[in-house]
Design a protein around this ligand. Structure first.
Ligand code: G6P
Length: 760
């Protein structure tokens, strides 16, 4: 239901209301004080003094009894007057005295006695002691009438008049004291309140901070003040909401472009130089019968990093593995790339056959690769391979140092081939900003513990300023591994690891692709020409797999899913094929050779079972396809199948989506890829479950157009916004922030040393 937009509250009115909350009770207290407490104090003091006067008068009257018993019968005017005058002089508060005979005649009195007003007062009313307050024009007086008897004979009545004006004075003095006391008390209580509030406030702030540090919450629950405990849940929910909002904002579709990345480099990193290090080079020169040919390798890493380098320029250091690589470099082993429109420098590093065998095939691809991709292939670790790995890492680190023009370059080290490079560079260039990105998964601590050089690998990586993984899960695995095998200080809240004085920030940065630009052949054209190329009919349904021929990609499971689908839906036999593009990879390794023959054999068996003279359900293409070719296949296939058994991200999934501007086509995606964490509208499957794969494939092939469009549209908008420039941009922004922090720290350090020297 739509709700009325709320009018913003008027600020002065709100602050007035707020002030009222404090002022109203204060005013109430003051009114109570003025109208109740102060008069009460006045009344009480009056009563106390009146009672005091009652007693004093009685005492004086009894003291005068005896002389009066003697003087009155003698009618001794002189002695009585003397007696009265002396009494008045001795008691400053006694105003006057008088004596009346039993008949009510005033016989004796002091001068001040108010005869007119009092006379013999109420003499006729009785012979007992009476005490009253009387208002005279001069003021209030206290009157005591005390009978004077000699034995049984009633002689008359003694009247004592006390001045009450001093009582009023005292009462107003008492009121003043009370007010002063109250004021003093108020000040003292306020000070105590402010002090206690300050202490509680600090305690709450401390506890709040504890609560807001999400991962510390459970630990600090016991330390949370009881009055704040009910808030813990709410605060956490709020924090979560805030984080989600912040992420949404951060991920706002403000497009990341090469220009934006360039200006970021310029503005945030002051045009500092960028050096990329990777094993695989972005352009490989090959000698063929027709001459030298340039190839783009099948590598997710290259797909992602190359557009970034085009945008940022700088130097890319990589292994020169092509047969014509040496012929195409200058004297410094450099070549400007891309060949058609050079925008950065490729610096090649040469490796001997033995080095390549030990470092690349051996330690990196027989050891670390299966170790990190838990895909049921055992890692193999040999000391000789490790030694080559160390040597080659040092070679690349030296190349970085040689290529750096400054002592604080930004170095982007890529992937598992160079775990030791960050520390090696850090040793020579302590001020460098080193960003290491690990393109493959990071396993749990137990699995990683298999590596005999696990501590060395971790130490090497912790030479980085920033260490990136595709997913938060891989970051968590890495931090837990470090925690298990190294003595470090880990700040979970800030996601930093401090080791030997160096701080490494560990963060997830999901990698992506550059959104395609420029002229592409139309979808209809691709649809037609690809089918023609494959020798299948115009309406033939196509699913597509594009991978390196690697055992982690789930290619066998994919074929089995096709087989199962054809068993369950025989109507598709002859009308559907899976095109599997498999770029040969690491082919000199046994594991890869075995895998290739298993792939070939399974394809053959399925083709034999369901195929015919003109029909193959699996069209296996074990060969290298250039990226423009692959795009044509993406645009021609009804379905793209990504069934990796374990994958850091898998960019094929994103490339397929980017290629489908017609918003048609369905992505079947393994739940074990980093991409599955972002592309929720794909058909997500467990590739190990063959029936699930078969069902998803069938569902994809028969999905209504509207549903295809809805899913594809959502995924396309995500990939367009979360492109590779954003991936690099976020890393570089974080690096710039850390770099600034480091520069300030270094300046403070230098300043402190200077001041210390001056003091000494
Ligand atoms: C994965 C790795 C990359 C590697 C690519 C191709 O994507 O993360 O570092 O370049 O595979 O493998 P290759 O061994 O041919 O370079």
């Amino acid at each position: 239901m739509a709700t009325e937009p709320q009018k913003p509250e008027v600020m002065p009115f709100r602050s007035f209301r707020l002030s009222l909350r404090f002022i109203a009770p204060l005013a109430l207290v003051l009114v109570l004080f003025a109208y109740v407490v102060v008069p009460l104090v006045g009344n009480m003091t009056l009563r106390w003094f009146t009672r005091d006067l009652d007693t004093r008068s009685q005492m004086l009257a009894s003291a005068l009894q005896e002389p009066l018993q003697e003087y009155v019968p003698q009618k001794s005017q002189r002695r009585i007057t003397q007696l009265f005058d002396r009494s008045v002089q001795q008691d400053g508060r006694l105003y006057a005295l008088a004596f009346c005979d039993p008949g009510g005649t005033l016989l004796y009195k002091t001068v001040a006695y108010p005869t007119a007003a009092l006379g013999c007062h109420m003499a006729e009313e009785g012979r007992e002691l009476r005490q009253t307050l009387v208002d005279l024009p001069e003021g209030k007086v206290h009157v005591t009438e005390s009978p004077v008897n000699r034995e049984a004979e009633y002689l008359g009545k003694l009247i004592l008049v006390h001045d009450m004006s001093f009582i009023e004075r005292r009462s107003s003095e008492a009121q003043k004291y009370v007010i002063a006391l109250f004021a003093l008390l108020a000040v003292v209580i306020s000070l105590i309140t402010v002090f206690v509030a300050h202490i509680s406030w600090r305690g709450w702030i401390h506890a709040m901070k504890g609560i807001l540090r999400r991962d510390v919450v459970t630990r600090s629950q016991a330390n949370t003040p009881p009055e704040l405990r009910p808030l813990v849940g709410d605060l956490r929910a709020l924090l979560h909401e805030y984080n989600v909002e912040r992420r949404v904002e951060e991920h706002s579709p403000q497009m990341w472009t090469p220009e934006k990345l360039r200006s970021l480099l310029h503005d945030e990193l002051a045009g500092d130089e960028i050096i990329v290090v990777s094993n695989r080079e972005p352009y490989i020169h090959h000698r063929t019968a027709e001459g030298v040919e340039v190839r783009r390798p099948a590598s997710g890493l290259v797909t992602a990093v190359e557009p970034v380098m085009r945008a940022c320029s700088g130097t890319w250091i990589a292994h020169g593995a092509g047969s014509a690589d040496r012929e195409t470099v200058d004297l410094n082993d450099r070549v400007a790339v891309p060949p058609k429109r050079p925008s950065y420098t490729l610096r090649r590093v040469w490796l001997s056959k033995e080095e390549e065998q030990g470092y690349y095939y051996g330690f990196a691809n027989e050891g670390l690769w299966p170790l990190c991709h838990i895909a049921h292939v055992r890692p193999v670790f040999r000391t000789a391979d490790w030694e080559y790995y160390v040597t080659v890492n040092q070679r690349f680190a030296d190349a970085v140092i040689a290529e750096a023009h400054t002592d604080d370059p930004i170095v982007l080290v890529q992937d598992y081939h160079f775990a030791l490079v960050p520390r090696m560079v850090r040793e020579k260039l302590p001020r460098a900003t080193i960003i290491m990105f690990w393109h493959i998964p990071w396993p749990n601590p137990e699995s990683f513990g298999i590596c005999p050089w696990r501590e060395e690998i971790l130490e090497g990586l912790l030479g980085s300023t920033l260490l990136g993984f595709h997913t938060p899960f891989h970051c968590k695995n890495f931090i837990e591994t470090v925690d298990r095998y190294l003595e470090t200080r880990i700040e979970h809240e800030a996601s930093t690891i401090t080791y030997g004085g160096d701080v490494t920030q560990v963060e997830p940065y999901p990698i992506s692709i550059a959104w395609p630009e420029g002229d592409l052949p139309s979808i209809a054209e691709c649809y037609r020409s690809v089918r023609h190329e494959l020798g299948v009919g115009e309406k033939h349904l196509l699913a597509l797999g594009v991978d390196r021929l690697d055992y982690t990609k789930g290619i066998l499971e994919r074929f089995q899913a096709v087989e199962r689908m054809l068993e369950m839906h025989p109507a598709l036999i002859g009308r559907f094929s899976l095109v599997q593009i498999a770029a040969p990879s690491r082919s000199s390794l046994d594991e890869y050779q075995n895998f290739e023959s298993r792939v070939r054999m399974l394809a053959q068996r399925i083709n034999k079972r369901f195929g015919s003279e003109n029909y193959e359900p699996i069209l296996l293409k074990i060969q290298h396809y250039e990226s423009d070719q692959v795009v044509r296949y993406y645009r021609a296939a009804e379905v793209c199948v990504v069934t990796s058994l374990h994958d850091g991200m898998n960019l094929v999934a994103k490339e397929y989506i980017a290629a489908r501007e017609d918003e048609r086509g369905v992505l079947v995606l393994s739940q074990f890829t980093g991409a599955a964490r972002e592309l929720h509208e794909a058909l997500i499957i467990n590739p190990y479950h063959i029936e699930q794969g078969a069902d998803a494939l069938y569902r994809a092939l028969t999905m209504p157009e509207l549903e295809q469009r809805d899913r594809m549209r959502a995924m396309r908008s995500l990939v367009r916004d979360f492109n590779v420039y954003r991936w690099a941009g976020r890393m570089l922004l974080d690096a710039a922030r850390l770099r600034r922090r480091e520069q300030i720290r270094a300046r403070i350090h230098a300043y402190n040393r200077k001041s210390l020297r001056r003091v000494v």
